[in-house]
Design a protein around this ligand. Sequence first.
Ligand code: AMP
Length: 616
Amino acid sequence: MAKISINMKEGDVEKESDVIIGIDLGTTNSLVAYIKDGKAVAIKGSNKEALVPSIIHFSKEDILVGDAAKEKLISDPSNTIFSVKRLMGKSYGDVDKVKELFSYSIIDDDTESLVKIKVGEKYYTPIELSAEILKELKKRIEKELDAKVSKAVITVPAYFNDAQRQATRDAGKLAGLDVLRIVNEPTAASLAYGIGQDAEIEQTIAVYDLGGGTFDISILKIHIGIFEVLSTNGDTFLGGDDFDRAIVNYWIEKNKIDEAKIASDKSFGQSLRLMAERAKKQLSTTDSFSATLDGVEYSIDKKTFQDLIQPLVEKTIDSCKMALKDAKLDKAAIDHVVMVGGSTRVPLVNESVGSFFGKPVNNSLDPDEVVALGAAIQADVLAGNQKDLLLLDITPLSLGIETVGGLMDTIIPRNNKVPARAGRNYTTSVDGQTNLKIAVYQGERDLIEHNRKLGEFILKGIPPMPMGLPKIEIQFILNADGILTVKAKELRSNVEQEIEIKSSYGLSEEEMALMLLDSIKNAESDMNARVLLESRNEGNNVYKSTLRFLAQNDHILTDEEKAKTKDFAEALNTTIQGDDKDAINQAMEALNEYTSPIAHKAMDLNIKDALKGKKM
Ligand code: AMP
């Protein structure tokens, strides 16, 4: 499906695709995927590679991204930016200790807390730099589809904090993408393997992600379509680059290379490193490697390579142990192990992880593509194309509105099937009320203050009526894209109003899981709070109608009846100000007991009065 639009500025007719793309914005490499004929595929560039190196080169004339920029790492390192993901959402203080690792300048300009990168005379934020990578990916998919795309799902590491997630979102916006969702990388990887698609089955997953420069292990629990991150561990400076370095060091020793030569000749150092990477990759499928550089032969065999990296692989296993400990799980509790990242192609890595967890690992998909493929699946779910995938076909959290006293009134409960439509009638709580505020919330807690506000609007122009008389119908309509429309209509006057809310966008799976956990933890205190508020609301209504009754029947009631009724009403009013629900209920009962006979008497007299005026 594509719609045609006209670019008013250039007068071109543009095709706009409604495909939502999935993007893995990685430290070393990035890629984009989408669902083609029902299957997730990563888009390949002209070099037949799906991976776009996350590298940006600035020259006077233009900005290069990807392979072309990677070549400049050797020839023009100070204008070539890599690993920008490490700087996302970071302040100078955060990166001060590691800034030597970057060959470009990281600036602390004192005016903003977030770092900037100096290239030539210009300063760039990590967000702007990431946006360049995203623009390149956008270009790639637009070429493939021959249409513009504007919506994306982008993945981030599970441990990314709010600032880092927001920075990623902003980078998307800057690249002209509407980022519908930020998804955790391990969640996406599990999805790519189809894990978690059956909402009935509770499963525990370990996602082992060994990339070029980072290692992450995440333990996830998947339950009723929610991916909850139980724990994460890892090393932000451990990955395939360390394997390369180990080979370089081996060659330095074996070939007796003068270390001063490496220090002084940056391009020799880089060439040696690139050759080491080639050796490592080759050793994933063969038993030996050999090549020449500047007329010198360099070689290494598989066994030597494995001995070199053994301590590094062992370190990752230690992280797995710590992650399990934090999740309070034994390794036997892990149902699936999912392998992610280019370095999991190293056979020793697969074997070590498999033998640690005591089960075969999931590594049938391309470990470089698996996160992007999962992001594409998530995107397709958001686009409403995967109706049988339960994952997000249910509302992860309840949706409701605020009622008197700050109570959450759930209209569409959590785990409800999507699309969904539900409604309920409300009324006013004050005489002559002409406006009604409708505040929409998401969450499981009884008090709205603990839930997440999604939006609010005011139903205006209700004709003035006594409280309780207007009939206000509130309808929630949740479509397959997760977009919630809330409609309010006063049925006696047909005054109506509506708003559209993107219901769960912006909430990560962990945030949702946390909100759920909170609701369980606080169930008892919430329940008490709800009961108290309900008693207060009821007490308030009774108090108000008693005052109205007194005013309307002033001529009928005796002085004693009026005084006593007032006393009971004021006693009730006092309890309403307190926190004792039983006291409120008792005061209501006492008032009711005393006024009941008087009310009957008043009613009889009123009827007689009414009849008196009639001629029979
Ligand atoms: P990623 O950050 O996930 O893109 O992973 C990149 C890392 O995977 C780099 O260190 C690559 O050298 C490494 N890598 C890619 N292909 C292979 C392979 N066939 N064997 C070993 N390592 C590989």
